[in-house]
Design a protein around this ligand. Sequence first.
Ligand code: SAM
Length: 262
Amino acid sequence: MVNKLSLRTRLWLRAVRAEYWLARTLLPNVYSNDALICFNNHAFVDDPDFQRAYQRGARALGDEDWYQWQWRVHVGLWAASSASHLDGDFVECGVSYGFLSSAIMEHLDWDRLNKTFYLLDTFAGLDPRFVSAAERESGALAKSEEHLRRGMYADGADSVRANFAEWKNQRIIVGAVPETLAEVDANSIAYLHIDMNCAPPEVAALRYFWPCLTPGAFVLLDDYANRGRDEQRVAMDEVADELGVSICMLPTGQGLLIKPAG
Ligand SMILES: C[S@@+](CC[C@H](N)C(=O)[O-])C[C@H]1O[C@@H](n2cnc3c(N)ncnc32)[C@H](O)[C@@H]1O
């Protein structure tokens, strides 16, 4: 498979990541990647099951892992494995090339579970109708256009369909959240991943799916604690407050919610 990123973007990513390489070189045994430098144990990176799943995720990106999301994937695999024992299907809002979902499906030997994985994306970046005024002002739409141009977001669903073709129990839903939410015909949901890099559709997805979540279901918010994404965090905290739950902020930049029983 060819790389989906432009050469310019690949060189830019390498330069941006030099600081992580420097930290790993100066401080052996330190995890240093993806906005996280951590001195604690990260033995999961050497686990062959993790490595197999991670590599399948990276395959969705083309011939090079330009995400370097090891710890985020570790959290995603844990949430998905735990959710696999519950009643209900899996949903991801914001799929792009399908990195995290592919890793999860590989890890769980997906079709064996008899669950459906619903994969929702515009496959065309942010939809201007569902971006807040503050996000618009801060240049979110221009950034999304740039991500599409540089190959950092999937532009079109065809290559994504090809990536997921090895699994039977998946449904790719093309279009903008919240308009496509009703196309998810699951009776119950055990795992929900929200990763659209803008607040209005993320909030709409959490509100919409909350009543269908099985008690104990896992909700992973990719952007919750990312630097520069305060609007998403504040908006999600407001919804969580209304729902009577609180979000655990993770050092990976993710947020984690568990639907309480009863
Ligand atoms: C950071 S990427 C998702 C990465 C993905 N979770 C992964 O594992 O690689 C964000 C995605 O959200 C999508 N997106 C943004 N706004 C959306 C909306 N309103 N409805 C559906 N998808 C949207 C973009 O097209 C983009 O592909």
